[in-house]
Design a protein around this ligand. Sequence first.
Ligand code: AMP
Length: 190
Amino acid sequence: MRILILGPQGSGKGTQAKRIAASRRIAHVATGDMLREAMAAGTPLGRQVKPIYDRGDLVPDDLMIDLIRERLEREDGYVLDGFPRTLPQAEALDAMLAEIGKPLDAVILLQAADDVATGRLHARAAAEGRADDSPEAIRNRLRLYHELTEPVVERYRAEGTLVAVDGEGGVAHVETDIEDALAAVGARSR
Ligand code: AMP
């Protein structure tokens, strides 16, 4: 199954994407993780994106599209997390999946209000100290989500493929809601 998970930073998207991928034995394809690996390894890409990442800005679309294309060509089943974040990225994703003949089976939107998301990101900053979890970067990332990623959400909503799930509850509860939503999508497509 090919699943796309959308939602603001702090919605629990990464946590849930990992759990769904593990329970279904499919890959967790997270562009944020891919960038963090590139930065840790000090690759040319990693060095190029570091200042952008640290500010909480978005990495240019062409870099992200190249990065994800190479990965999705290799994977059959996956939970895609962190991409697409802009309309050009969404258009590129649709085109590449059509080209390789492997469309998405489900699009999940994990919803969380800004105050809940911000609270969780501050808590993560205290626990993990991620470079892009500074107060300024958190504000910037949520602003960019509303400005650039919400139009992506609306695009999938208009296509009728999007299922919204409340991400404000506890981890296990939200996971059950996502599994129910995926089961309903699976039943519909049979
Ligand atoms: P994440 O772990 O998904 O919150 O991503 C962390 C950071 O990586 C983001 O704030 C961006 O700087 C960068 N990033 C990850 N995915 C993308 C993407 N699809 N487009 C642009 N930048 C991205």
